[in-house]
Write a protein that binds this ligand. Structure first.
Ligand code: HEC
Length: 98
């Protein structure tokens, strides 16, 4: 179990760097709301939701859809210019936060 925790935390470091590189921290923080919701709140909202990784990857990559109600009530998220594979990795990391 300790080994698993260690592996997860080192992976998180790499994914956090990828989030940085992908520009996510321009609008997000791990612990607090900025322009977008705190990543920890996102993780809490979708905990146990098996389809969340696919849906959120598509949303971050494509941006909020016109006419779609805002989930977090602040503003829409613009489409991400980061490669989809990177976005998916970052979303995967976001969903592991607690
Ligand atoms: C220009 C600002 C901005 C950038 C850059 C940005 N986001 Fe967001 N993000 C937002 C906003 C605003 C929301 C809330 C949208 C809503 O209420 O529907 C959001 C929502 C989210 C959500 C939750 C979506 C939902 O439907 O619950 C995730 C996950 C997310 N962002 C991940 C990312 C990732 C990963 C990146 C980097 C690749 C990123 N964001 C870059 C502004 C941004």
């Amino acid at each position: 179990m300790a080994l698993v925790a260690f592996t997860l935390s080192t992976t998180a470091g790499a994914d956090e760097a990828l989030a940085q590189k992908s520009g996510c921290f321009a609008c997000h923080r791990v612990d607090s709301k900025l322009v977008g919701p705190a990543f920890k709140e996102v993780a809490a909202k979708y905990r146990g939701d098996a389809g969340a990784l696919d849906r959120l990857t598509a949303k971050v990559k494509g941006g909020s859809k016109r006419g779609e109600p805002l989930v977090w009530g602040t503003m829409a998220m613009p489409p991400s210019p980061a490669p989809e594979a990177d976005v998916r990795k970052v979303v995967e990391w976001v969903l592991t936060l607690q």
